[in-house]
Design a protein around this ligand. Sequence first.
Ligand code: HEC
Ligand code: HEC
Length: 447
Amino acid sequence: MRRFLLAAGLLLAAPATAGAEEALSGGAFTVFESGRAAFTTMAPALPEALVRDFARGRTVFNRPWLAAPAQDERFIGLGPLFNRLSCVACHPRNGGGFAPETAAEPMRTMLVRLSVPGEGEHGGVRPHSAYGDQLNEDGIPGVPGEGRAVIRWREHDEVLPGGEAVRLRRPLISFTGLAYGPLGKDALISPRIAPPVFGLGLLAAVPEADILAIAAENGGRPNRVWDAGNGRTVLGRFGWKANQPSVLQQLAGAMLGDLGVTSPLFTGQNCTEAQPECRAAFVAPQPELTAGQLLALETYHLGLGVPARRGVDDPSVRRGEALFVAAGCASCHRPTLTTGSHPSLEDLGGQVIHPYTDLLLHDMGADLADGRPDFLATGSEWRTPPLWGLGLRRLVDPRAGLLHDGRARSPLEAVLWHGGAAREAAAAVRRLPSDDRRALLRFLDSL
Ligand code: HEC
Ligand code: HEC
């Protein structure tokens, strides 16, 4: 693998081939790492002055949190209710999570969102009265975990023209050991795997006006969500339904929702009225995640590089790229965006990037619907996920899944589930002769 040096954001040894620019998926924040560290590598474009903060943020991401009392007071504050001890537990090597293969396996890198019909505060979801907006499987000593979600798969084979059979599976979800009463018939349930976490600073820096212009031209809808730090409704960008407005709020939300760790942005513990042990549990000095730790965690996410594409000039990759456009994939998975400015890191601005997303919501049809609206996103709408790094996901973690619930084990499976506004694009892929389909998959693998 060739490596190029980036210094002060300048490309010193840019290759002279036609594909050079296209390979720089993250502009100056591209890294030339195509092994297991592809998603954990710091972009050399991160200013020197932030490197220490980046390393500190990496520790906050990777370290297991502790319930009080404990020795290392920097990491006390787990729970009372939580899903995992650390961020990295669900985002292995910063890559995507996966769904359990069998009902006996726990949800290692996945969580289940819960709510009830109707609108909650600021137009968001209405949390379930006993369980809140997410099932927390575990509790600190003395606090019963909420219960476990179990996935069973219903499988069927789809036979493509040419005879290739693809086994598809759809999850059926149930619960065991619910500690705070039944969920009730009304409960809205949405199982989700963890998405990869690199490149988010660049996506945060794409001008809102550009995203709205894409929506006007191509379809797709912006989500409008609550920005808790600034007390107003803004464009949503992160999460499977684009229900988070910024990297900072996404991180603080994960700290509270997934680890039970409070922060300057979300100060209340994650207990409901129905959870007396949780409400009475010992509370560490507040906020459990300090402002400094939260900013370091943000710097870490902003500074992670986006892996460069591989094999851009390979003729079959080129053919696959043309087929990707011809099938209509590029209308949602937008190959190129240009960043404007980022409020906390200037260097993220003015970058030509290749994320393969429009950051907009699309109706993906009944088969992918979770029936759980979130701000403006309906029960069948999802945000187009970025495809950069797609070909490296299974190298980073061989179990990595695709689609919001991890049902797809390959890009082809993911495409075959596309319905709704993407139905025609999926139909075009079904109709392709098998060599063309292989070329399309080669292209996806080069991302
Ligand atoms: C229990 C598993 C789990 C844990 C633990 C977890 N995450 Fe996540 N993470 C997810 C899931 C699932 C999503 C998608 C959530 C959604 O769309 O509702 C997500 C989304 C994200 C995103 C947004 C990615 C994108 O492209 O939109 C970021 C960033 C993130 N998590 C960071 C963190 C951090 C930081 C921590 C530790 C505080 C953490 N996560 C802990 C499962 C987890
Ligand atoms: C109408 C918009 C739209 C079109 C057209 C479209 N997609 Fe998607 N794509 C999405 C959305 C939204 C999702 C997420 C759906 C979900 O998670 O349930 C997605 C998910 C994916 C995923 C899984 C990514 C991940 O991180 O889990 C792949 C791979 C993918 N699309 C490839 C394609 C290809 C190839 C085409 C063309 C044949 C295509 N898409 C056409 C909107 C679209």
